[in-house]
Ligand binder design. Structure first.
Ligand code: AMP
Length: 399
């Protein structure tokens, strides 16, 4: 059951709300914002806070300035963009919490918006310094976290501040948490998880937990080769994590114990070199030559995976099926993306590269939920919450 306080539950009229957002937008060499998606996505929470009469103090990180002031990573262009989108002035002084910031915040009226400078200009943010958290908390009455993408990080603005103030989550985080909670606790059955990408290393705990709620798990991408190696297949020069073969074997045993069917590729597009122009042929899983590199899933596998996608009523997808950045080896990822998009199931896509694939193929509008947090979504699916969510004030139960 979801029990965290949300922005909808609180009376914030006249209160100073410190709103942690993820305005880590892409910038070009000239410092221009190349996509305002993250700012647009935040507008509903900001507008709700304005409507409720809060004094809104926005804070975010941008890039990796590594604890030093670096004008390349200033939030100034973001404040300007937000101001344009809201058709309302957004106060910005290029400072974090300093005496002059406090003066401006003191003079704020209901519905006013003030944006602090990049949190990561202060080394205390990533170090989770109690002094920096205290400074941030000193300008607010309530803390609201709407930055799902960093909720797995123990940073001052994520875990330090909510330990000091009454706290809640914003609309974006609510949607993320709601989608993942439904997936893991009350999904429409059967549930299919499609996993791919390059490494098992960061995903072991997630895969283990996925076996608790999925009926079938498809494994593609480079990851599949470590699992095939665990089943005793020779996969040539495909990318295998030698030190994870034993874990892959253990995961396959757990799946069997839990009655979860794991599907691995039955054929492959292989090349002799890892380049975008490499010649390729299609082989079956038993047919690897010692020099073959698996670059993508083959046509028989695509057909099989599509059949499974069409049978599922809930689908979670993380990770590409092949080296999709090379057009020649993007067929498997494209076919899976299109089938997921077409499916009538509830579909959730999480993780940087599968989200990138969905957007590259123009399928965003056909997915039920696209997670804004790559690392955070995988961490949440491990089943132990997120440090930044666990610390949020619980909802007050009404009898
Ligand atoms: P991850 O960050 O773990 O989601 O992995 C994404 C990366 O996996 C992408 O850059 C893909 O190019 C890569 N990938 C997928 N399939 C393969 C493969 N068969 N061999 C090597 N890399 C792959």
């Amino acid at each position: 059951m979801f029990n965290k306080q949300t922005i909808k539950d609180l009376d914030v009229k006249g209160k100073r709300v410190l709103l942690r957002v993820d305005f880590n937008v892409p910038l070009n060499e000239k410092g221009k914002i190349t996509s305002d998606k993250r700012i647009v996505a935040e507008l509903p929470t900001i507008k709700l806070l304005m409507k409720k009469g809060a004094k809104i103090i926005i804070c975010s990180h941008l890039g990796r300035p590594e604890g030093k002031v670096d004008s390349k990573f200033s939030l100034k262009p973001v404040a300007e963009k937000l101001s344009k989108l809201l058709k309302k002035s957004v106060l910005f002084t290029g400072k974090l919490v300093e005496p002059e910031t406090k003066k401006i915040i003191k003079a704020m009226e209901e519905g006013d918006i003030f944006m602090l400078e990049n949190l990561r200009f202060d080394p205390g943010e990533e170090a989770n310094s109690p002094a920096f958290a205290k400074k941030l908390a000193s300008v607010a009455d309530i803390y609201c976290d709407d930055a799902f993408g960093v909720m797995h990080r123990s940073h001052a603005s994520v875990v330090g501040v909510p330990a000091l103030l009454p706290s809640c989550i914003g609309l974006l985080v609510e949607k993320e948490v709601d989608s993942f909670n439904k997936l893991t606790t009350t999904p429409k059955k059967p549930v299919l998880a499609i996993l791919g990408g390059s490494k098992i290393k960061d995903k072991i705990n997630m895969i283990n937990n996925i076996f608790n709620f999925a009926d079938k798990v498809i494994i593609g991408g480079a990851m599949a080769y470590t699992f095939l190696a665990a089943q005793g297949y020779d996969v040539g020069k495909s990318r295998v994590e030698q030190d994870k073969i034993a874990i892959a074997k253990m995961l396959l045993d757990i799946a069997e114990e839990k009655n979860v069917k794991v599907l691995l590729p039955v054929d492959h597009v292989v090349a002799q070199e890892f380049t975008f122009l490499a010649d390729s042929i299609i082989i079956q899983t038993k047919g690897f030559a010692s020099s073959d590199i698996g670059m993508d899933i083959g046509p028989r596998t695509i057909k099989q995976f599509k059949t499974e996608i069409n049978k599922a009523r809930t689908i979670f997808w993380n990770g590409p099926m092949g080296v999709f950045e090379f057009q020649k080896f993007s067929n498997g990822t494209r076919a899976v993306a299109e089938a997921v998009a077409k499916s009538k199931a509830t579909t959730i896509v999480g993780g940087g590269d599968s989200v990138a694939a969905i957007s590259q193929f123009g399928l965003e509008s056909q997915i039920t939920h696209i997670s804004t947090g790559g690392g955070a979504s995988l961490k949440y699916l491990e089943g132990n919450g997120l440090v930044g969510l666990n610390v949020i004030t619980d909802k007050v139960e009404v009898e």
